[in-house]
Design a protein around this ligand. Structure first.
Ligand SMILES: NC(=O)c1ccc[n+]([C@@H]2O[C@H](COP(=O)([O-])OP(=O)(O)OC[C@H]3O[C@@H](n4cnc5c(N)ncnc54)[C@H](OP(=O)(O)O)[C@@H]3O)[C@@H](O)[C@H]2O)c1
Length: 318
């Protein structure tokens, strides 16, 4: 495993981050434990979750993924300090309409709930899951600043921000002398380039933010298993993922397949390797549902594509 600093923080994170949106959704607790143990055994020290994971699953109120991680932590012999735990706040928890957003009162309640479920004293990276148009960024950052001063949070990050929202937040931190976002979690993969590339990427580079892309395999599409000549894969996410089944994206899959063959790698490993080859990307967040998928994802560690390979991918994906 290779490790990198997350932006300008003192957190040294593995080049793959383990995402946990699937825990309690498409993966039960026992299998989730296996996935965490195997990941950590292979050197992954960075785990991403969110308080809402996965409240869209039937009968799940949210908080399940955090609870599973907490239960694993309570059983493992891996020292807490060897792991970097990131979670998020913003989404609707439960049915109370006030139990959501980025107001000071909600953040103060949500952080206590996350700490309790995770069974930890400090969250290493606390992220705003997406912006809250009803709350001023000054209020959100002031709440985050209090949490850092209280020792409940070490660093803060954000997700799903546009470039202007990120600049606005960085400016608010500077103006008000408050803690600042050290990382961005964007939706970024070979099947979804435009959202991050351009202004957002330029802001992250200029302000030296850590960048941890989510859905690096486009929910499974960039494994090559979504085929026009076969039924949709048996996945709870197939209905959403099939939006990527376009003529343009099959040109991309063909290019990835040919590179994969030359390198003796899988299509998904090349798609992850493409992210790992970009110096400003800190760690793609993988979301394996099985140990077999995890093993495949781990096969991308250390993979760096050549300029010629990157050019071929550019031609097929832009
Ligand atoms: N900030 C945000 O708004 C946000 C949003 C989404 C996700 N995230 C974070 O990012 C993490 C990863 O997101 P993601 O799950 O969308 O990542 P992804 O890597 O794009 O998709 C993962 C899914 O692809 C399929 N897959 C992965 N490897 C495979 C392989 N080798 N062979 C076949 N299928 C494979 C599996 O789904 P099936 O087996 O079901 O097909 C797996 O659950 C999440 O866990 C979460 O922590 C954040």
């Amino acid at each position: 495993m290779n490790y990198r600093y997350l932006g300008q923080t003192k957190l040294q994170v593995s080049e793959l981050c383990l995402g946990t949106m699937q825990f309690g959704w498409s993966v039960n607790e026992t299998e989730s434990f296996n996935i965490i143990s195997k990941s950590v055994g292979h050197g992954i020290n960075f785990i991403d979750t969110a308080n809402i994971y996965s409240q869209w699953a039937k009968g799940n109120p949210g908080g399940t993924a955090e609870t599973i991680i907490g239960n694993w932590l309570s059983k493992t012999s891996v020292p807490r300090d060897d792991l970097i735990i990131a979670t998020k706040v913003r989404g609707q928890m439960g049915t109370d309409p006030d139990n959501q957003g980025l107001s000071k009162s909600h953040i103060m309640q949500a952080v206590e709930d996350s700490l309790r479920r995770l069974q930890i004293d400090t969250i290493d990276l606390y992220q705003t899951h997406w912006p809250d148009e009803d709350t001023s960024i000054d209020e959100t950052l002031s709440a985050m600043d209090t949490l850092v001063k209280q020792g409940k949070v070490r660093y803060i990050g954000c997700s799903n921000y546009q470039a202007w929202q990120l600049i606005d937040a960085l400016w608010s931190s500077e103006k008000n002398n408050l803690v600042q976002f050290d990382s961005l979690q964007p939706h970024y993969s070979l099947a979804n380039r435009s959202e991050y590339e351009g202004d957002l990427s330029a802001v992250c580079k200029k302000y030296k933010l850590g960048v941890i892309p989510y859905s690096p395999l486009a929910g499974g599409f960039l494994t090559g298993k979504y085929r026009t000549d076969k039924p949709l894969p048996k996945s709870v996410r197939a209905n959403k993922t099939q939006k990527y089944m376009t003529d343009k994206n099959y040109i991309l899959i063909a290019a990835l397949q040919s590179l994969a063959k030359n390198r003796n790698k899988s299509i998904s490993q090349i798609a992850l390797g493409w992210l790992l080859s970009q110096s400003e990307i800190t760690a793609p967040i993988i979301g394996p549902r099985t140990i077999t998928q995890l093993r495949d994802n781990l096969g991308s560690v250390g993979l760096r594509l050549t300029d010629a390979e990157l050019e071929k991918i550019d031609k097929a994906s832009t």
